[in-house]
Design a protein around this ligand. Sequence first.
Ligand SMILES: [Zn+2]
Length: 247
Amino acid sequence: MNVIRPNRLLSALIAEDEQSFFTSLSPFAAEKHTILHAAGLAATHVYFPSSGMISLLTVMNDGHSIETAAVGYDSAVGFNSALSGRNSNCESIVQVTMTSMRINRAQFCQAYDRSPGVRKMIHTANEMLVEQTQQTAACHALHEANSRFARWLLQTHDYAGQDELDITQDFVSEMMGVRRTTVSIIAASLQEAGLIRYSRGHVRILSRPGLEKLSCECYATLARDTVQMKPRAVPPGAPPQDRPKLQ
Ligand SMILES: [Zn+2]
């Protein structure tokens, strides 16, 4: 069971000022590998995760894709496509089973037009997304695959909130844009070093300090940017069934 935490964006909104926005939200859960937004289509909903992780993939014409950002309880998915109505070349796929609150596109756009608080929330999320995609582009181009794998494991571990992760080598190779054999060699070396235990699509994190030492600087940079946004408490006006479970 992944850890459920208040979504940071929703927690930063003042619930009393945004009653109609909160009442437009509905719970939504999705299993691993669920596609929230397919490439080439506009978003129908905006999702505010409270657990799990969603990978944003850039999809090429030949079908190959690579992860350009990951989103969890710290942000939202689909807001840019929902606002513009453009068909994005980005696919959003659930990487770690998620729970969330979601709002449909029409209600989200109305709230955005009406509320300075919602606009501020989305501008913050967009700034974080742009920074993350820029950092990820630099990371893919400049940093070694083993350091990038350590970064990716740390990020996934943060969002999942548990030591056991269901990760296949095929999926990691797609996320990182490297060959499956490269992932296999790196996973074996990390296991040899006592940082992880890997078997049949399951990874157990054994040493976060060891992974942090191996990771490139991008993990610390992205984690620092995320924690700069301080959340408020759980929205006091949210209906009881919508309130995230604090752990
Ligand atoms: Zn990096």
